[in-house]
Design a protein around this ligand. Structure first.
Ligand code: GUN
Length: 300
């Protein structure tokens, strides 16, 4: 069994990005600028956003964090997003999800201009993804693809089973794995809460992607010998013996799955670390497109 660790894969991507930033600075160009918007003080969201900002700093990106109280009126938030859309010094922007109940996620996603939507959540970008056109691939599925590439795992001709159909992970990863791209060409089955024979299907998976948000859901009896297991779950589970009072648990029962898998992602330390690397790559793409620059400028 080989562990699909996110750390070396993300580090390699970040080292490349760092070099790219240096190439821009040498040409007297400014570095890419990512803006994160955080509403309220959800513990997990705080951690994710802090990590996004820290990673920007590490590779020399400019980053900004804009915070609002949980009670911020929807129109004030949307107005800020319009402002960021029109701010020429901003290349990429994201609003950390989930949002407070009184704010429409759909309105927020639709307000961010597709050119700066480095999360790839805007319907225009998701539509492009479905068409196989150039777009911003949402960070988590893009991170999975980058992780598989780093470890030389090919999906072509394989049966990939995806458990979960969210717009953020399940749906886009199923599109990517089935697409006619170097990283795709798998036959993909999507399972969800109304799939009656989920175990029967998961047992056929050469590549199993668990993205349903239920800790420990995938057990040994659901896994084919030699399967590649990608665990996207990152649920905080109460644990009074842990320093923070919780532990991060994946959707896969790791110990059981590791005994059968050929490759498996740890949680934490697997897909999670790749999502930020993917977000940073999207930010460079947005920067180049907005400035009408070719990728060649990053290595010259
Ligand atoms: N919340 C959980 N995952 C994500 C993500 O990829 N982007 C944003 N903006 N919020 C999230």
């Amino acid at each position: 069994m080989i562990l699909l660790e996110g750390k070396p894969a993300a580090a390699a991507i970040k080292a490349d990005l760092s070099k790219q930033v240096n190439a821009l600075i040498q040409k007297k160009l400014r570095p890419p600028h990512l803006v994160a918007v955080l509403i309220g003080n959800n513990g997990a969201s705080e951690t994710y956003v802090a990590s996004k900002i820290k990673n920007c700093e590490e590779i020399g990106f400019q980053s900004s964090l804009i915070r609002f109280e949980t009670s911020v009126p929807e129109d004030i938030l949307l107005q800020k997003l319009e402002e960021l859309n029109n701010d020429d010094t901003v290349d990429g922007m994201l609003v950390q999800l989930p949002l407070p109940k009184h704010i429409s996620e759909e309105k927020v996603i639709n307000t961010i201009t597709p050119e700066k939507d480095v999360d790839g959540f805007h319907p225009v970008n998701l539509g492009r993804l479905a068409q196989g056109a150039p777009t911003f691939i949402p960070a988590t599925p893009y991170g999975i693809i980058l992780l598989m590439q780093h470890y030389g795992i090919h999906a072509k001709g394989k049966h990939a089973v995806v458990i979960g159909r969210s717009n953020i992970v399940g749906r886009p990863i199923s599109i990517l794995l089935s697409s006619n791209q170097p990283y795709g060409n798998a036959t993909v089955t999507i399972c969800h809460s109304h799939t009656p024979n989920l175990k029967e299907l998961s047992l056929q998976a050469d590549i199993l992607v668990a993205a349903l948000g239920k800790p420990g859901f995938v057990t040994a009896d659901m896994i084919k010998e030699g399967a590649v297991i990608i665990d996207v779950g990152i649920t905080r589970v109460e644990d009074t013996s842990a320093k923070k009072g919780f532990r991060i648990k994946g959707d896969v029962n790791f110990d059981e799955a590791a005994a059968k898998a050929s490759y498996i992602t740890p949680v934490p330390g697997g897909v999670g670390l790749m999502t930020i690397a993917a977000l940073l790559k999207n930010t460079v793409t947005a920067y180049l497109k907005r400035h009408n620059l070719s990728e060649a400028i990053l290595s010259e």
